[in-house]
Design a protein around this ligand. Structure first.
Ligand code: ADP
Length: 242
């Protein structure tokens, strides 16, 4: 498989403290990769560097062979890298479908987006279906549950047609039922996209993760299947044994 994402020698320093200290990461096309590690390991910082939010002191991030370090966030998005944040950012007064339209239609004037629409695009309909929000299409986003908001945010990413999705703790704060639905959603998305998921929840990992990368103190401690990672005594010590 072709590598879509190639991170090499990434170093990020905050006030003399190395949040990332020589991180290498390769993600192949079509992978569903989980990124785990204790608090402060550098997971969010890694996503911030890939998406152009944080500039590294050293290292490179290649997406499809294109160097991302030095590019602004909107350029990275345009190249096909989408991310979610731990707190979903949706427009509360707008309906679910208008939120998706807005995300899909940067090219359209706002007025035409907010006007009553005759129908919805195939793309938005597909995102509603994938995110499991078809029945809620006309509800204002402000009334959605925490889980539904997360799905809407993922839907808003999908309509922007990213090739690589970076999801930061998508099941944090979700009920068991919402976690399961999110797992199903990830599996559906991973059929057509490369996905990197930051996640803490071990039960969720056992169920849905294939390849796992463990970060600890700004370095990659271990990579492998969930079983391999779980059996590694160093991982147990820093992460699982806590
Ligand atoms: P994780 O996502 O694995 O919990 P983070 O990437 O958020 O870890 O943080 C890694 C380390 O970098 C932590 O020690 C954190 O305090 C520090 N850090 C993250 N962002 C900043 C920042 N903007 N300024 C200073 N320190 C930061």
């Amino acid at each position: 498989m072709n590598p879509v994402l190639e991170v090499r020698g990434l170093r990020v320093v905050f006030d003399g403290f190395a949040a990332l200290d020589g991180v290498d990461l390769t993600v192949a096309e079509g992978e569903l990769r989980f990124l785990i590690g204790p608090n402060g390991a550098g997971k969010t910082t890694l996503i911030d560097v890939i998406t152009g939010l944080t500039r590294p002191a050293a290292g490179s991030v290649r997406f499809d062979g294109v160097e991302l370090v030095g590019l602004r966030e909107h350029r990275v998005v345009r190249l096909g890298v989408g991310r979610t944040f731990q707190t979903a950012a949706v427009f509360e007064e707008l309906s679910v479908v208008d939120n998706l339209d807005l995300a899909a239609g940067f090219r359209l004037p706002l007025r035409s987006l907010l006007r009553r629409r005759r129908g919805i695009s195939d793309e938005v309909a597909a995102a509603l279906e994938t995110a499991g929000l078809t029945a809620l299409a006309d509800r204002p986003a402000g009334v959605l549950s925490h889980g539904q908001r997360q799905w809407l945010e993922i839907g808003m990413l999908l309509v922007q047609r990213p090739r690589l999705l970076l999801l930061d703790e998508p099941v944090a704060g979700m009920s068991r039922d919402e976690r399961e639905r999110t797992g199903g959603l990830l599996e559906r998305i991973a059929r057509t996209h490369t996905v990197v998921v930051v996640e803490h929840d071990m039960e969720f990992l056992r169920r849905y993760a294939r390849e796992v990368t463990v970060l600890h103190q700004g370095r990659v401690l271990r990579e492998g299947s969930v079983a391999e990672v779980q059996d590694d005594p160093r991982v147990r010590e820093v992460y699982l044994g806590r």
